[in-house]
Ligand binder design. Structure first.
Ligand SMILES: O=C[C@H](O)COP(=O)(O)O
Length: 486
């Protein structure tokens, strides 16, 4: 483990202007593991004044960073990617304890992050500007040319969530940096240790002082201050729709890139390969206990095949390993905190009271909710519309594809959806009508591969992520028009 970021065995510092420092407030926030309720670390509760210093410092550093040649910026990113691979075991240990992610998923998150960072450097090097002649527009001669390049935006505020504390920090930091921005990283409190460790990696990789500063503290104390700070030029946020809406309402005139909640539907037609559908639905709904914005969060299935599909899904659920990842390999882990588990329980209870049929699961031990499947979920139940962010999946039976489309589109969310069918006409018919960012045909919803565009519509987000798209979002065109004097 990097000792530089620690004050003592459990207390972490924060990164400001290339130095790891403690907050002058003396206040710390305890991070409690969802696995055993033990304190895994304490992070600095920074004051508004300290946040202000951090942002001002990042602004100063950005002026220099902008002028560092892109190939040199890329070299730092390549080094950071290598270091993540070298330190993968550290990341696994930290994520396991801090956010309760099982070892296999933690490892794949760290390795995916290294690939993401490398690909970002490659993509930026391959991006070219353009020169646009004037005489293609009516009334203009060949005496002008617009030379278009890309400029950084300035200081990017990256706010990352607990569920991918490394990957969803890096997928904001790397595109921002390669585009020439400096970054203020404000991780979710639960996830801060992983994010601070990542910041140390970038520092070790040779990032100049101030180009990446970290801000830790309670969202309720410094959250609004960060997002409304006049020196923040761009906000890249992943988290709940509720917080996303708040950021968007108070951060007037700041460009935003947001990945928010989802209620991704898996639509299953009689023409589907039901084994493929069931396998994808099980891994899509229950991996990391459904704590993913792209988890399958409802099944819309035609009545004629519902019983068969449900049997297959049930069989898949029975094979899942459930428990504490400290004790071995598991698929379904305890939820991040008891408040989250309470919420999931509340949705289950309401569905049962209103007549949903429990197919499997339903029990809880502490924060661990067993993978649960409900059949006959009706549209008056909260489980049909709300996002549990837990391992609970409702089956809504429909009469045909049009009813499936109608219910899918009634959701306030529009992240992704899956269509399972072997009929290409039905696949395109449905995909064309779904109000979502991405439709997966015969696959579970998922963000990757990370160079694909990733976006949500309606309450699921603003803007488009994905490596090239994120670089474009965090830069702007700059046109220099050359006028030829004749
Ligand atoms: O939780 C939100 C993530 O962007 C989902 O990513 P994933 O589809 O790779 O799990």
């Amino acid at each position: 483990m990097f000792k530089e970021i620690y004050k003592d065995d459990t207390t972490l510092k924060t990164l400001l202007d290339g130095k790891w420092i403690e907050s002058s407030t003396g206040n710390l926030i305890e991070i409690v593991s969802p696995l055993d309720n033990k304190v895994v670390g304490k992070v600095q509760a920074m004051s508004k004044e300290e946040v202000d210093d951090s942002i001002k410092n990042a602004r100063k550093a950005q002026k220099l960073w902008r002028n560092v040649p892109l190939n040199k910026r890329a070299r730092i990113l390549y080094r950071a990617a290598d270091l993540i691979e070298e330190r993968v075991d550290d990341f696994v240990e930290i994520m396991l304890r801090e956010v309760g992610k099982d070892r296999k998923s933690s490892e794949s998150e760290a390795l995916r992050t290294a690939d993401y960072i490398r690909f970002t450097a490659d993509a930026a090097k391959a991006m070219e500007g353009e020169s646009i002649p004037s005489d293609t527009f009516p009334g203009f001669k060949r005496n002008k040319v617009s030379i278009v390049t890309r400029e950084p935006l300035g200081v990017v505020l990256a706010i990352s969530p607990f569920n991918y504390p490394v990957n969803l920090s890096a997928s904001k930091i790397a595109p921002a940096l390669i585009a020439g921005n400096s970054v203020i990283l404000k991780p979710a409190t639960q996830g801060s240790i992983s994010a601070l460790y990542l910041a140390r990696i970038f520092q070790e990789a040779g990032l100049p002082a101030g180009v990446l500063n970290t801000v830790t503290g309670r969202g309720s104390e410094i959250g609004d201050y960060c997002v409304t700070h006049k020196l923040i030029d761009f906000i890249n946020f992943t988290g709940s729709t509720e917080i996303g809406k708040r950021i968007s309402s108070i951060s007037s005139m700041k460009p935003l890139l947001m990945e928010l909640g989802g209620k991704d539907a898996a639509i299953v037609l009689p023409s589907a390969d039901l084994n493929v559908a069931a396998k994808n639905i099980v891994s899509g709904a229950y991996s990391y206990s459904g704590q993913r914005c792209t988890a399958v969060k409802r099944i819309l299935v035609e009545d004629s095949i519902a019983d068969t599909l449900i049997e297959k899904i049930k069989a898949g659920i029975e094979k899942l390993k459930v428990g504490n990842p400290l004790d071995g390999d598991v698929d379904v882990v305890p939820l991040i905190d008891s408040k989250s588990a309470d919420f999931v329980e509340e949705l289950m209870k309401e569905a049962e009271e209103k007549g949903a049929t429990k197919v499997i699961g339903g029990s809880r031990e502490g924060n661990l909710i067993y993978p649960t499947l409900y059949d006959n979920v009706s549209l008056d139940m909260r489980l049909a519309w709300e996002e549990p962010f837990g391992p609970v999946l409702p089956v809504i039976r429909v009469k045909d594809k049009d009813e499936a489309i109608e219910i899918a589109n009634k959701s306030e969310y529009g992240l992704q959806a899956s269509v399972f069918t072997q009929n290409i006409n039905d696949a395109f018919y449905i995909a064309d009508k779904l109000e979502v960012g991405t439709v997966q045909v015969n696959n579970k919803p998922e963000r990757g591969p990370d160079h694909f565009p990733f976006l949500g519509v309606k309450s699921s987000g603003i803007g488009t992520q994905g490596i090239k798209y994120s670089i474009e979002a965090m830069s702007r065109p700059k046109a220099i028009v050359l006028n030829i004097i004749e």
